[in-house]
Design a protein around this ligand. Sequence first.
Ligand code: ADP
Ligand code: MG
Length: 305
Amino acid sequence: ATPTALLVGSGRAAQLGVVIKGPEVLESTRTIDTVVLDKTGTVTEGRMSLDVERDLVVLGADSQARALALAGAVEASSEHPVAQAITTAARDRLGTLPAVRGFSNHEGRGVSGTVMLDGTEHRVAVGRPAWLVEQGVGVSQEASASVAAFQASGATAVVLSVDGEAAAVLAVRDTVRASSGQAVARLRALGVRPVLLTGDNARTAAYVAEQVGIATDDVMAEVLPADKRDVVARLQEQGHVVAMVGDGVNDAAALAQAGQQGLGMAMGSGTDVAIEAADITLVRADLGAVVDAITVSRDTLRVIK
Ligand code: ADP
Ligand code: MG
């Protein structure tokens, strides 16, 4: 391809809201056969919310208000979308939240810390149910049943543990971007296979996949942040040219890996870390831009050959 043609192609892409790091990126875009889509913040809007009346189930002796205060207190130190949903709901209900000591963020799993409430200190953790079970927290049949029911309805369910006991199940909900389904259909029409990749649980992932038309076999769920990169590497080893689309800090390594043979694409609404790791930034918060990038690149390079 001549430099001029590539420049023209980059210009066309830019008009469509696809910002390319260098014109040579168009070469890799042309041969993409697999697009790995992060779920939260990429296929979905990534703005989660918690409806306390419907989606907070208290398990132990704590009241709804106490459960919310304890969960909100530890989540206030995290920037994860799940944390923001819980903190916002807790502040709306309760105003200020108790202070937290010894906060830890457990990447892809949850958060923990010590919270002082009504004069007593409590060890509190909020996170994915399997992580709390691993820590020896007893999760009853009743709790597991409400987790499963929430997940089947597309929500992300987390468990609150207080002093080693499961105290509540909280389910947060996100919205699939209106444009995601059509973008997936357009990818298929170009002969590109869409794959959904997420740290979230398999049931929630399956619900989102179904909404946008991604096959069950192409859903990879419960993948820890450190393993997202390996998923991309494995597809590459199988001979695929992969574009990875993501927005989060936890997508950066996978975006960089995809860029070695194919492409990393970051949502413009995403984190700086993701944008730096990617070859392309999608200015519109719309997966249609992924399809536009591939189409422009194929057109540009077809013309010049
Ligand atoms: P994704 O791939 O969807 O961006 P992550 O890898 O960041 O997801 O997180 C995976 C799962 O870990 C979340 O769905 C949630 O269950 C749990 N988790 C992560 N961070 C938190 C948090 N701050 N509070 C509660 N749960 C969390
Ligand atoms: Mg994300």
